[in-house]
Design a protein. Sequence first.
Length: 393
Amino acid sequence: MENFNYYTPTRVVFGRGAENQTGELVKQQGSRKVLVHYGGHSAKKSGLLERICHSLEETGIDYVSLGGVVPNPRLSLVYEGIKLCRKEQVDFILAVGGGSVIDSAKAIGYGIANEGDVWDFYEGKRQATSCMPVGAVLTISAAGSEMSNSSVITNENGWLKRGYNTDYCRPKFAVMNPELTMTLPKYQTASGCVDIMMHTMERYFNQSDNMELTDGFSEHLIRTVMKNAKILMEHPDDYNARAEVMWAGSLSHNGLMGCGTDGGDWASHQLEHELGGMFDVAHGAGLAAVWSSWARYVLDARPERFARFAVKVMGVEPGADDIETALKGISAMEDFYHMVEMPVRISEMGINLTEEQIRELAEKCSHFGKRTIGCVKKLDQEDMYQIYKNAGK
């Protein structure tokens, strides 16, 4: 096993009606003026935004609002939020929504707390030294941003989707009421479940001498999400299934599933980021569309790991050797994705990639030939091209 540093400072308030505690949670942070950051009309239409604002008013906290966050959150709105917060002298950012809203709030927090262009951090040109404090009221179980150190933003100039990770941006608190996720469309629920699973799978597929305990956590988490995703396809208002998925989303991406490993592979995420940037696809769906093509491309570098996954997670009978077992497990995962109406090829999202687009995706994913991705097998620009090509069939 690898040495590790496990840090999870986020306070979690979980359960029915938890959002009514938001004002008091913000007050405990010593805040005087808050930016309430949210997405589209659903937060208003559901009455959630009104309840949140009422909770702030009851505790005497002033606030300004900024909506308009979209999936694959945009840098232009981040800039707008930074400008608004500076003008209004905001000292705390409250994200009301899913991972895109929380990621946007974190980016705004970086921009306020540091001089210069916030995009520099996402481009890797320099490092942040702090972040304005952020809190979250979660409405979508997916990204795990409510407890993670991650933020992913899309720059409309070139449609580049980039992530930035530091512990500065970990939310001070996360309010999680599973009831808030019950009105999500089936596609969004399934896409979120895939995202949760992939956050654990990215860590699971590695080149480490792994801890049995961490492996056990990871395998059980993925099986739990799969089980409850199937339930939610038929019974979207099942509170217990929503609760299992919501808590799994946080645990999947707060660092616990990576304890004792080398950090994991993350190639599938990097490949999907370019799909999201170019075609604005749902993140979980994009991950499902590239995962099996990635897995088949790299499995010969770690067949025993893929074979364990096939048996322990997918429940397949072992084949004649690890390669055969691994391939059975990958096919079983594809069957699951189809069961919850997720794609296993890019073409299943209605995107028919041209040769030029495949080349462009590989160029952007490799940062124009300047980096490799993954750890199960190091992937260069040509490898990325082949995976995109296979996934596009």
